[in-house]
Design a protein around this ligand. Structure first.
Ligand code: ADP
Length: 296
Protein backbone atom coordinates (compact mmCIF):
# COMPACT_ATOMS: atom_id res chain seq x y z
CA UNK A 1 0.00 0.00 0.00
CA UNK A 2 1.42 3.37 -0.97
CA UNK A 3 -1.45 5.68 -0.12
CA UNK A 4 -1.23 9.39 -0.80
CA UNK A 5 0.25 11.47 2.00
CA UNK A 6 -2.37 14.13 1.38
CA UNK A 7 -5.70 13.67 -0.30
CA UNK A 8 -5.46 17.03 -2.03
CA UNK A 9 -6.85 17.55 -5.47
CA UNK A 10 -4.06 17.85 -8.02
CA UNK A 11 -6.09 19.59 -10.72
CA UNK A 12 -4.66 23.02 -11.63
CA UNK A 13 -6.21 25.83 -13.63
CA UNK A 14 -4.24 26.44 -16.80
CA UNK A 15 -4.28 30.19 -16.13
CA UNK A 16 -2.13 29.51 -13.05
CA UNK A 17 0.77 28.39 -15.26
CA UNK A 18 2.72 30.14 -17.98
CA UNK A 19 4.89 28.05 -20.31
CA UNK A 20 8.42 29.30 -20.89
CA UNK A 21 11.38 27.81 -22.75
CA UNK A 22 11.66 24.16 -23.77
CA UNK A 23 14.15 22.19 -21.67
CA UNK A 24 13.72 18.66 -22.89
CA UNK A 25 11.93 16.18 -25.08
CA UNK A 26 10.04 13.33 -23.49
CA UNK A 27 8.43 10.21 -24.80
CA UNK A 28 5.04 11.95 -25.12
CA UNK A 29 6.01 15.53 -25.89
CA UNK A 30 8.14 18.52 -24.96
CA UNK A 31 9.11 19.52 -21.46
CA UNK A 32 9.14 23.23 -20.62
CA UNK A 33 10.14 25.47 -17.77
CA UNK A 34 7.01 27.09 -16.44
CA UNK A 35 5.96 29.69 -13.94
CA UNK A 36 3.30 28.62 -11.50
CA UNK A 37 1.17 31.22 -9.74
CA UNK A 38 -0.40 29.49 -6.74
CA UNK A 39 -3.75 30.92 -5.74
CA UNK A 40 -3.42 33.43 -2.92
CA UNK A 41 -5.14 32.25 0.23
CA UNK A 42 -8.24 34.24 1.09
CA UNK A 43 -7.12 35.57 4.45
CA UNK A 44 -6.69 39.08 5.74
CA UNK A 45 -2.94 38.98 5.32
CA UNK A 46 -3.06 38.34 1.59
CA UNK A 47 -5.67 41.04 1.10
CA UNK A 48 -3.49 43.55 2.91
CA UNK A 49 -0.36 42.40 1.11
CA UNK A 50 -2.22 42.37 -2.20
CA UNK A 51 0.00 41.68 -5.21
CA UNK A 52 3.16 41.50 -3.13
CA UNK A 53 2.11 38.21 -1.58
CA UNK A 54 1.17 36.82 -5.00
CA UNK A 55 4.55 37.76 -6.41
CA UNK A 56 6.56 36.26 -3.59
CA UNK A 57 4.92 32.86 -3.99
CA UNK A 58 5.54 32.41 -7.73
CA UNK A 59 7.27 29.05 -8.35
CA UNK A 60 9.45 27.87 -11.25
CA UNK A 61 8.27 24.42 -12.38
CA UNK A 62 8.79 21.82 -15.10
CA UNK A 63 5.78 21.17 -17.35
CA UNK A 64 5.50 17.95 -19.34
CA UNK A 65 3.21 18.26 -22.32
CA UNK A 66 1.52 15.53 -24.34
CA UNK A 67 1.30 15.89 -28.10
CA UNK A 68 -1.09 12.95 -28.60
CA UNK A 69 -4.11 15.04 -27.69
CA UNK A 70 -6.46 13.02 -29.89
CA UNK A 71 -5.58 9.55 -28.60
CA UNK A 72 -7.38 8.86 -25.29
CA UNK A 73 -5.28 5.75 -24.61
CA UNK A 74 -1.99 7.65 -25.00
CA UNK A 75 -3.31 10.48 -22.85
CA UNK A 76 -4.24 8.04 -20.10
CA UNK A 77 -0.76 6.46 -20.35
CA UNK A 78 0.84 9.89 -20.09
CA UNK A 79 -1.17 10.73 -16.98
CA UNK A 80 -0.26 7.40 -15.39
CA UNK A 81 3.16 8.79 -14.44
CA UNK A 82 1.50 11.67 -12.57
CA UNK A 83 -0.78 9.25 -10.71
CA UNK A 84 2.29 7.31 -9.59
CA UNK A 85 4.29 10.42 -8.62
CA UNK A 86 1.49 11.77 -6.44
CA UNK A 87 1.86 8.79 -4.12
CA UNK A 88 5.38 9.78 -3.10
CA UNK A 89 6.74 12.32 -0.70
CA UNK A 90 10.53 12.20 -0.48
CA UNK A 91 13.33 14.82 -0.67
CA UNK A 92 15.11 12.86 -3.43
CA UNK A 93 12.09 12.10 -5.62
CA UNK A 94 10.75 14.74 -8.05
CA UNK A 95 7.43 15.99 -6.68
CA UNK A 96 4.21 16.33 -8.59
CA UNK A 97 2.73 19.80 -8.24
CA UNK A 98 -0.42 19.23 -10.24
CA UNK A 99 -2.01 18.42 -13.57
CA UNK A 100 -4.20 20.05 -16.19
CA UNK A 101 -6.07 16.92 -17.20
CA UNK A 102 -7.95 18.36 -20.16
CA UNK A 103 -6.34 18.49 -23.57
CA UNK A 104 -3.62 19.71 -23.97
CA UNK A 105 -2.65 17.74 -20.87
CA UNK A 106 0.10 19.20 -18.72
CA UNK A 107 1.92 17.50 -15.87
CA UNK A 108 3.41 20.13 -13.58
CA UNK A 109 6.40 19.03 -11.51
CA UNK A 110 9.10 20.32 -9.28
CA UNK A 111 11.88 21.77 -11.47
CA UNK A 112 15.39 20.32 -11.25
CA UNK A 113 17.35 23.42 -12.22
CA UNK A 114 20.54 21.67 -13.29
CA UNK A 115 18.83 19.16 -15.58
CA UNK A 116 19.92 15.61 -16.35
CA UNK A 117 22.53 13.96 -14.15
CA UNK A 118 24.52 12.39 -17.02
CA UNK A 119 24.98 15.71 -18.79
CA UNK A 120 25.80 17.39 -15.48
CA UNK A 121 28.45 14.76 -14.64
CA UNK A 122 30.05 15.15 -18.06
CA UNK A 123 30.00 18.96 -17.98
CA UNK A 124 31.48 19.12 -14.46
CA UNK A 125 33.78 16.08 -14.57
CA UNK A 126 36.87 18.14 -13.73
CA UNK A 127 35.54 19.82 -10.63
CA UNK A 128 33.28 17.11 -9.13
CA UNK A 129 34.82 15.65 -5.99
CA UNK A 130 34.61 11.96 -5.13
CA UNK A 131 32.66 12.87 -1.96
CA UNK A 132 29.97 14.53 -4.08
CA UNK A 133 29.61 11.43 -6.28
CA UNK A 134 29.26 9.30 -3.14
CA UNK A 135 26.66 11.76 -1.83
CA UNK A 136 24.63 11.34 -5.04
CA UNK A 137 24.75 7.53 -4.66
CA UNK A 138 23.65 7.87 -1.03
CA UNK A 139 20.78 10.25 -1.86
CA UNK A 140 19.56 7.90 -4.59
CA UNK A 141 19.68 4.97 -2.18
CA UNK A 142 17.49 6.88 0.31
CA UNK A 143 14.89 7.47 -2.44
CA UNK A 144 14.99 3.79 -3.42
CA UNK A 145 14.84 2.63 0.18
CA UNK A 146 11.69 4.76 0.49
CA UNK A 147 10.19 3.13 -2.62
CA UNK A 148 11.18 -0.31 -1.29
CA UNK A 149 9.37 0.43 1.99
CA UNK A 150 6.27 1.28 -0.08
CA UNK A 151 6.71 -1.99 -2.02
CA UNK A 152 7.09 -0.01 -5.22
CA UNK A 153 9.36 -1.20 -8.03
CA UNK A 154 10.80 1.53 -10.28
CA UNK A 155 12.18 -0.75 -13.07
CA UNK A 156 14.18 1.94 -14.87
CA UNK A 157 16.88 3.10 -12.49
CA UNK A 158 19.64 4.66 -14.60
CA UNK A 159 21.59 7.92 -14.55
CA UNK A 160 19.41 9.18 -17.45
CA UNK A 161 16.45 9.15 -15.04
CA UNK A 162 18.12 11.14 -12.31
CA UNK A 163 17.91 14.95 -12.27
CA UNK A 164 20.07 17.54 -10.51
CA UNK A 165 18.31 20.12 -8.31
CA UNK A 166 21.47 21.71 -6.93
CA UNK A 167 25.17 20.75 -6.96
CA UNK A 168 24.56 18.82 -3.73
CA UNK A 169 21.07 17.43 -4.40
CA UNK A 170 19.88 14.90 -6.95
CA UNK A 171 16.36 13.54 -7.45
CA UNK A 172 14.92 10.41 -8.97
CA UNK A 173 12.49 11.06 -11.83
CA UNK A 174 10.73 9.18 -14.58
CA UNK A 175 8.18 6.77 -13.23
CA UNK A 176 7.16 5.95 -16.78
CA UNK A 177 8.41 2.42 -17.28
CA UNK A 178 6.47 0.92 -14.39
CA UNK A 179 3.24 1.32 -16.25
CA UNK A 180 4.72 -0.05 -19.44
CA UNK A 181 6.01 -3.29 -18.05
CA UNK A 182 2.65 -4.09 -16.52
CA UNK A 183 1.37 -4.07 -20.10
CA UNK A 184 2.58 -7.38 -21.57
CA UNK A 185 1.64 -6.51 -25.15
CA UNK A 186 3.85 -3.41 -25.10
CA UNK A 187 6.53 -5.46 -23.63
CA UNK A 188 6.96 -8.08 -26.28
CA UNK A 189 6.19 -5.78 -29.17
CA UNK A 190 8.94 -3.28 -28.45
CA UNK A 191 11.61 -5.18 -26.60
CA UNK A 192 14.36 -3.14 -28.21
CA UNK A 193 13.42 -0.22 -25.95
CA UNK A 194 14.21 -2.18 -22.78
CA UNK A 195 17.26 -0.92 -20.89
CA UNK A 196 19.04 -4.31 -21.23
CA UNK A 197 22.46 -3.05 -20.06
CA UNK A 198 20.97 -1.91 -16.75
CA UNK A 199 18.78 -4.97 -16.22
CA UNK A 200 19.21 -7.92 -13.87
CA UNK A 201 19.54 -11.38 -15.46
CA UNK A 202 16.08 -12.48 -14.28
CA UNK A 203 14.58 -9.33 -15.83
CA UNK A 204 16.28 -10.04 -19.17
CA UNK A 205 15.41 -13.74 -19.12
CA UNK A 206 11.96 -13.85 -17.55
CA UNK A 207 10.77 -10.21 -17.42
CA UNK A 208 10.87 -10.50 -13.66
CA UNK A 209 11.01 -7.10 -11.92
CA UNK A 210 11.24 -6.89 -8.12
CA UNK A 211 12.92 -4.71 -5.50
CA UNK A 212 15.91 -7.04 -5.95
CA UNK A 213 16.09 -6.27 -9.70
CA UNK A 214 15.89 -2.56 -8.81
CA UNK A 215 18.92 -3.18 -6.56
CA UNK A 216 20.85 -4.59 -9.54
CA UNK A 217 19.94 -1.51 -11.59
CA UNK A 218 20.99 0.78 -8.76
CA UNK A 219 24.43 -0.89 -8.85
CA UNK A 220 24.73 -0.01 -12.55
CA UNK A 221 23.52 3.54 -11.90
CA UNK A 222 26.05 4.02 -9.07
CA UNK A 223 28.72 2.77 -11.51
CA UNK A 224 27.62 5.40 -14.08
CA UNK A 225 27.88 8.09 -11.39
CA UNK A 226 31.40 7.03 -10.36
CA UNK A 227 32.31 6.89 -14.09
CA UNK A 228 31.10 10.52 -14.46
CA UNK A 229 28.32 9.71 -16.90
CA UNK A 230 29.88 6.93 -18.98
CA UNK A 231 27.21 4.42 -20.05
CA UNK A 232 27.66 0.76 -19.09
CA UNK A 233 28.87 -1.94 -21.53
CA UNK A 234 29.79 0.51 -24.32
CA UNK A 235 30.39 -1.17 -27.66
CA UNK A 236 28.66 -4.39 -26.59
CA UNK A 237 25.45 -5.47 -28.32
CA UNK A 238 22.32 -5.84 -26.18
CA UNK A 239 21.97 -9.41 -27.45
CA UNK A 240 25.42 -10.34 -26.04
CA UNK A 241 24.80 -8.95 -22.54
CA UNK A 242 22.99 -11.90 -20.97
CA UNK A 243 25.70 -14.42 -22.01
CA UNK A 244 28.38 -12.21 -20.50
CA UNK A 245 26.45 -11.79 -17.23
CA UNK A 246 25.82 -15.54 -16.99
CA UNK A 247 29.54 -16.14 -17.51
CA UNK A 248 30.11 -14.01 -14.43
CA UNK A 249 31.34 -10.88 -16.22
CA UNK A 250 30.59 -7.59 -14.45
CA UNK A 251 31.30 -3.87 -14.94
CA UNK A 252 34.91 -3.01 -13.99
CA UNK A 253 36.10 -0.98 -10.99
CA UNK A 254 35.78 2.72 -11.85
CA UNK A 255 38.94 4.78 -11.40
CA UNK A 256 38.92 6.47 -7.99
CA UNK A 257 35.99 4.36 -6.68
CA UNK A 258 36.38 3.41 -3.00
CA UNK A 259 36.89 -0.39 -2.79
CA UNK A 260 34.05 -0.60 -0.30
CA UNK A 261 31.64 0.94 -2.80
CA UNK A 262 32.78 -1.42 -5.58
CA UNK A 263 32.25 -4.31 -3.21
CA UNK A 264 28.70 -3.02 -2.54
CA UNK A 265 28.03 -2.69 -6.30
CA UNK A 266 29.29 -6.24 -6.82
CA UNK A 267 26.85 -7.48 -4.16
CA UNK A 268 24.05 -5.69 -6.06
CA UNK A 269 25.11 -7.75 -9.07
CA UNK A 270 24.72 -11.16 -7.38
CA UNK A 271 23.15 -13.48 -9.94
CA UNK A 272 20.76 -14.85 -7.32
CA UNK A 273 18.27 -12.05 -6.44
CA UNK A 274 17.94 -13.14 -2.78
CA UNK A 275 21.73 -12.73 -2.29
CA UNK A 276 21.58 -9.01 -3.13
CA UNK A 277 21.39 -6.49 -0.27
CA UNK A 278 18.14 -4.58 0.35
CA UNK A 279 18.01 -0.81 -0.22
CA UNK A 280 17.78 -0.39 3.54
CA UNK A 281 21.18 -2.12 3.86
CA UNK A 282 22.63 -0.27 0.86
CA UNK A 283 21.57 3.05 2.37
CA UNK A 284 23.26 2.24 5.70
CA UNK A 285 26.46 1.05 4.01
CA UNK A 286 26.64 4.13 1.76
CA UNK A 287 26.19 6.34 4.79
CA UNK A 288 29.21 4.66 6.41
CA UNK A 289 31.24 5.01 3.19
CA UNK A 290 30.31 8.70 3.06
CA UNK A 291 31.42 9.25 6.66
CA UNK A 292 34.73 7.42 6.00
CA UNK A 293 35.29 9.67 2.97
CA UNK A 294 34.75 12.81 5.05
CA UNK A 295 37.15 11.63 7.75
CA UNK A 296 39.94 10.61 5.37
P1 ADP B 1 9.81 10.84 -20.74
O1 ADP B 1 10.00 9.99 -19.55
O2 ADP B 1 8.38 11.10 -21.06
O3 ADP B 1 10.60 10.40 -21.94
P2 ADP B 1 11.48 12.65 -19.32
O4 ADP B 1 10.91 12.58 -17.97
O5 ADP B 1 12.70 11.86 -19.59
O6 ADP B 1 10.38 12.29 -20.39
O7 ADP B 1 11.74 14.16 -19.69
C1 ADP B 1 12.45 14.54 -20.85
C2 ADP B 1 13.54 15.54 -20.48
O8 ADP B 1 12.98 16.73 -19.93
C3 ADP B 1 14.48 15.02 -19.40
O9 ADP B 1 15.48 14.24 -19.95
C4 ADP B 1 14.99 16.33 -18.78
O10 ADP B 1 16.00 16.89 -19.58
C5 ADP B 1 13.77 17.23 -18.86
N1 ADP B 1 13.01 17.17 -17.59
C6 ADP B 1 11.99 16.34 -17.29
N2 ADP B 1 11.51 16.57 -16.06
C7 ADP B 1 12.25 17.58 -15.54
C8 ADP B 1 12.25 18.28 -14.27
N3 ADP B 1 11.39 17.98 -13.31
N4 ADP B 1 13.17 19.24 -14.08
C9 ADP B 1 14.05 19.54 -15.07
N5 ADP B 1 14.10 18.93 -16.26
C10 ADP B 1 13.21 17.96 -16.52
Amino acid sequence: DYSTPTARNYELERSQISLNEKIGVGQFGDVHIGTYFPKAKKNTKSIIMGNMEMKSSVIQVAVKTCKASNDPQKMEQFLEEAYIMQKFDHPHIIRLIGICSESPIWIVMELARHGELRAYLKANSKKLKRGTLLLYCYQLSTALSYLESKKFVHRDIAARNVLVSSPTCIKLADFGLSRWVSDQSYYHSSMCILPIKWMAPESINFRRFTNASDVWMFGVCAWEILMLGVKPFQGIKNSDIITKLENGERLPLPKDCPPRLYSLMSQCWAHEPSKRPTFQRIKETLYEILVEEKIS
